[in-house]
Design a protein around this ligand. Structure first.
Ligand code: ATP
Length: 454
């Protein structure tokens, strides 16, 4: 099988597992879905929550120079005029005259120097025309131009327009940053590659304000910080490609941009952009609003417009990268000597949706069930657990393997002291990756798990 076919097959298996196990569903599925929109099921929502919480912890709670905010999705239209989105946030669109499919002109495949339709192969395409990606709505009862609003295409602008309020209330000195996680919307011409390019998605963005002379150095520092973050959630550095975006491909105001790209089965594609945006954004809002968004340095008595470094990551793309990175199939031999395929999601324990599966060995033994329930209550306030008493223990392990649960705990007859006092109060703890088992005292379980999932 060619690498291309193997990758396509791998992606198909991932999509099917995500549906089967409740990570990701098509939005409005019973009505035929809606192109570019996705719902996250019980496991998917936990995965995304773990990702966002860890991002917040690393970028806000563990730093003195960062604060958070949560801006509205809908803002005054003037924001999008000033930022340049109304005039220029567009992609070049072409139509195929043969099959009527619509494509982004800059993503068309090319053969013998001519672009062609990836749908039907025709070269009969319209000229590209610009298509604005902002989704529109109306705020208020009248659908007039005065009431036109946009669903934000990025979270960043709220952090620029609230710069002064945050500065005055948080009393930070440069350099300092604002972080935000939230939904963004883009009317993508051609949503594709599963959740990778959606029309509704979530971003995790930072605007890090600094002096002009520090901009380039801080961009490199953020690159290192962000690479470390990906490592800490289980995406190795070797799987991230750093694209130092060349002159001409960067936005005109950006002095440096790194794209962090991940090796998805469908190709190497962007997870995050880190852009040194100079003072473009604050200056644009100063000019348009007439309000002072500058900074006064108490020591040097200088007044100036800060520059900004923007690390901007996608929640959905990172969640998809986590799933792709974790997905594994291996051949194992069961107790009867039969070979079978074990599907396992090898999430880093800190990202895993369920941290521990808790099983009574037999569901018809009240003392085992009661003890298992007690372990559930012990751990539940601290982490996501799942109780399961259905079926053979091997089957229960396999179910947790597919969900990516790093640890399983089984309460057996030793636990309740039926085989003597020696092992009473201990459980079998099974590791997802090695499938090895060890005995751990119930009294030690919570600290044992906490050090591994934190
Ligand atoms: P692309 O070139 O892939 O369209 P972009 O460079 O326009 O992305 P940015 O504007 O830099 O993306 O947005 C920052 C991040 O937001 C991206 O790195 C990505 O993780 C996420 N993102 C952007 N557009 C989408 C989308 N349509 N679906 C899912 N995530 C997205």
């Amino acid at each position: 099988m060619s690498t291309k076919d193997a990758n396509a097959q791998r992606m198909e298996k991932i999509v099917s597992l995500c549906k089967r196990r409740g990570f990701i569903f098509q939005s409005s599925e019973i009505y035929g879905g809606l192109n570019g929109f996705w719902d996250y099921g019980p496991l998917g929502v936990e995965l995304k929550k773990n990702l966002k919480d860890f991002w917040w912890r690393r970028n806000v709670r563990e730093r003195d120079d960062m604060v958070g905010m949560d801006g509205a999705i809908i803002m005054n239209r003037a924001v999008w005029r000033a930022s340049g989105h109304e005039a220029t946030f567009s992609d070049p669109m072409v139509d195929c005259k043969s099959c009527k499919a619509r494509h982004r002109a800059d993503q068309l495949p090319e053969k013998d120097g001519a672009k062609y339709c990836p749908n039907c192969g025709s070269r009969d395409l319209t000229d590209p025309r610009n298509f604005n990606l902002m989704l529109k709505s109306y705020a208020g009862p009248v659908e007039s131009d005065d009431n036109l609003v946009y669903l934000r295409p990025e979270t960043a602008q709220a952090m620029f327009v609230q710069f002064k309020n945050v500065l005055d209330t948080a009393r930070k000195k440069l350099p300092f940053g604002i972080a935000q996680i939230g939904k963004a919307f883009r009317n993508e011409i051609n949503p594709r590659n599963y959740t990778f390019r959606s029309r509704e998605f979530e971003q995790m963005e930072i605007e890090y304000f600094c002096r002009a002379e520090d901009g380039l150095r801080l961009t490199d520092e953020w690159l290192e910080h962000r690479l470390k973050f990906y490592e800490d959630i289980g995406i190795p550095r070797a799987k991230i490609h750093i694209l130092d975006v060349p002159d001409g491909d960067r936005a005109f105001y950006s002095k440096k941009t790194y794209d962090l790209e991940y090796e998805f089965p469908f190709g190497i594609s962007e997870l995050e952009g880190i852009a040194y945006r100079t003072d473009y954004d604050l200056s644009a809002h100063i000019a348009a609003s007439g309000k002072p968004l500058d900074y006064f340095d108490e020591v040097t008595k200088e007044k100036f417009v800060p520059h900004v470094v923007e690390p901007s990551a996608g929640v959905d793309r990172t969640a998809l990268a986590l799933i792709c990175e974790a997905f594994d199939e291996e051949t194992v031999t069961d107790e009867k000597g039969n070979a079978e395929t074990r599907t396992v999601l090898r999430f880093h324990p800190r990202m895993a949706p369920i941290k521990v599966g808790i099983f009574p060995l037999l569901k018809n033994k009240p003392e085992l069930v009661a003890q298992a329930r007690a372990v559930v209550e012990l751990l539940r306030p601290h982490m996501m657990v799942q109780y399961d008493e259905a079926g053979a223990i091997g089957r229960r392990y396999r179910r947790q393997d597919e969900a990516g649960t790093p640890f399983c705990v089984t309460i057996d007859f030793d636990t309740v002291g039926e085989n003597g006092p020696e092992k009473q109060g201990t459980v079998t703890l099974r590791h997802r990756d090695s499938m090895e088992q060890e005995r751990v005292a119930i009294a030690d379980l919570l600290p044992w798990l906490l050090t591994r999932i934190h």
